[in-house]
Design a protein around this ligand. Structure first.
Ligand code: FAD
Length: 453
């Protein structure tokens, strides 16, 4: 008996319900990943994420080989490729994780139809994309299908029964004669960010262990420290499922200190956004709240924001970190998003699209709903709060080290003076190859207040 284990957003062997169920149900398993033409056509696969995915697939193949198996990679349309493989192998079942996104649900429906004609069972398992599945903790009978406010959601989330973590399989037997493509090469992907992190489950587990040993305990105090870079940087691994969020929470909770608690709370935020998007798929591109703002479209300002040339050093530093690494510190994301949507008064979709074109952790739920949160069209309970970039810089980069790291034109300016290059006089100012602020903060604030009435 042969079964197919279809990998999707769960590129790991630890805590992997799909692989485990397939191994239990069959003598031989084909671990399959389809490089899906359909997904590639959507444009959602930015170069940084394609390169990271290549690493994940290479690593997954290696992990399966260590267990006597390998990853079978096919290229094409996912349902066609699965059906073709079932016909080739006579597989009796296809195991897959059940996703809540529209894409995953449509895939499941189409797979079910295709396999029914082949007398092959479709077995759908827990996706483990989130710690608590979307919708699971919503009180029934209240006429609600999701939580719109984080605090009550978090209370329920904390009380949820933790799922057990599955061990990695020891042996994976794959029929030898099944052919597949080699994993894609990271280096073959053009236009990636120069400082892009390497992907894969091994790298994820190493990072998690290092984080738990030396990092997490200081998280509560240091998570907003821009130059300190003291967050876990686990987001891309979680996005691709190279790391199970359930295992991450279990291991963090074992630390039992305030840092671990604060870190686990951030994973609840991740689940929170997923459950909003699962209930309101349109919120990926439509305002979550029914607000019709008259956004400004000033191409010059938008381009300056994207290029990290707004004249506000902390904004520019964060935007340059994004371009260089395909990742940005959360505090940076918050302040550049506020700057674009509230100070420049530009539609959040412009920013969200730009982020998705670069972020290695770029994720429809977390990106779009955080953008809406920052823009005041989403779930933020204080939608009219505006982050002042200067105040943010002084608070979260008090000595200016973050700015000097990312904006070399300002590297010679000492201490917090780096946050206000416009204050320099005469020749010193003229010597700087750095733009004047593209907007006056006080005028921008007045504009915002009158637009929001
Ligand atoms: P840590 O601080 O170590 O947090 C641990 C984990 O918790 C993260 O890996 C992430 O999975 C989760 N997390 C933390 N903060 C948030 C949050 N506010 N919302 C949801 N999950 C959170 N995160 C993404 O994963 N993908 C995105 O596309 C994304 N886009 C964002 C866009 C904007 C405008 C903003 C303000 C935030 C965005 N975030 C996104 C959330 C957050 O910035 C990143 O998850 C975080 O910076 C990743 O770094 P880390 O792994 O070191 O996080």
């Amino acid at each position: 008996r042969i079964a197919v284990a279809l990998f999707t957003s769960d590129l790991r062997v630890h805590d992997q319900p799909v692989l485990r169920a397939a191994l239990r149900a069959a003598d031989e398993v084909v671990p399959l990943f389809v490089l899906d033409d359909g997904v590639r056509r959507t444009g959602f696969t930015a170069p940084n994420r394609r390169a990271f995915l290549a690493d994940c697939l290479t690593d997954l193949d290696a992990a399966l080989r260590e267990r006597g198996g390998r990853l079978v990679i096919r290229t094409g349309e996912v349902v066609d490729e699965v059906a073709r493989l079932v016909a080739e192998t006579g597989a009796v079942a296809v195991h897959v994780a059940g996703g809540v996104s529209g894409y995953a649900q449509a895939r499941e429906e189409r797979l079910r139809k295709a396999l029914a004609g082949q007398r092959c069972e479709l077995a759908v398992h827990d996706a483990v994309v989130t710690v608590v599945p979307p919708g699971a903790e919503v009180p029934s009978g209240a006429g609600r299908d999701h939580f719109a406010v984080f605090t009550p959601y978090h209370r329920r989330w904390e009380a949820a029964e933790p799922r057990t973590v599955l061990a990695a399989p020891r042996v994976v037997r794959v029929p030898e004669w099944v052919a597949g493509d080699p994993p894609p090469a990271r280096d073959a992907v053009a236009d990636t960010s120069p400082g892009l992190v390497r992907g894969g489950e091994k790298a994820a587990r190493k990072r998690l262990s290092a984080w738990l040993a030396d990092g997490i305990s200081a998280y509560e105090d240091r998570h907003d420290d821009l130059p300190g870079d003291a967050t876990s940087r686990l987001s891309p691994f979680l996005h691709f499922g190279a790391l199970s969020p359930v295992e991450t929470v279990h291991r963090a909770r074992q630390k039992g200190d305030a840092g671990a608690e604060a870190f686990v709370r951030q994973l609840a935020w991740r689940d929170f956004h997923h459950q909003v998007l699962a209930a309101r798929p349109a919120a990926a591109w439509d305002d979550y709240r029914d607000r019709h703002d008259r956004w400004r479209t000033n191409t010059k300002e938008i381009e300056a924001w994207k290029a990290g040339l707004t004249g506000y050093p902390v904004v520019d530093a964060a935007m340059r970190q994004l371009a260089h690494e395909g990742w940005m510190h959360n505090r940076g994301r918050l302040l550049v998003a506020s700057f674009l949507t509230k100070t420049l008064y530009v539609d959040w979709r412009v920013g969200a699209r730009h982020f998705l074109s670069l972020l290695v952790d770029g994720d429809l739920a977390n990106n779009q709903l955080n953008w809406q949160w920052a823009a005041g069209t989403g779930t933020d309970t204080r939608p009219n709060r505006v982050l002042n970039p200067l105040a943010q810089a002084k608070r979260f980069d008090p000595h200016g080290d973050y700015v000097r790291r990312w904006v070399p034109e300002l590297a010679a300016l000492q201490g917090s003076a780096v946050h206000q290059p416009w204050r320099l006089e005469g020749a010193d100012r003229a010597a700087l190859d750095y733009p004047a602020p593209i907007v006056d903060l006080a005028e921008a604030r007045t504009r915002f207040d009158s637009a929001r009435g």
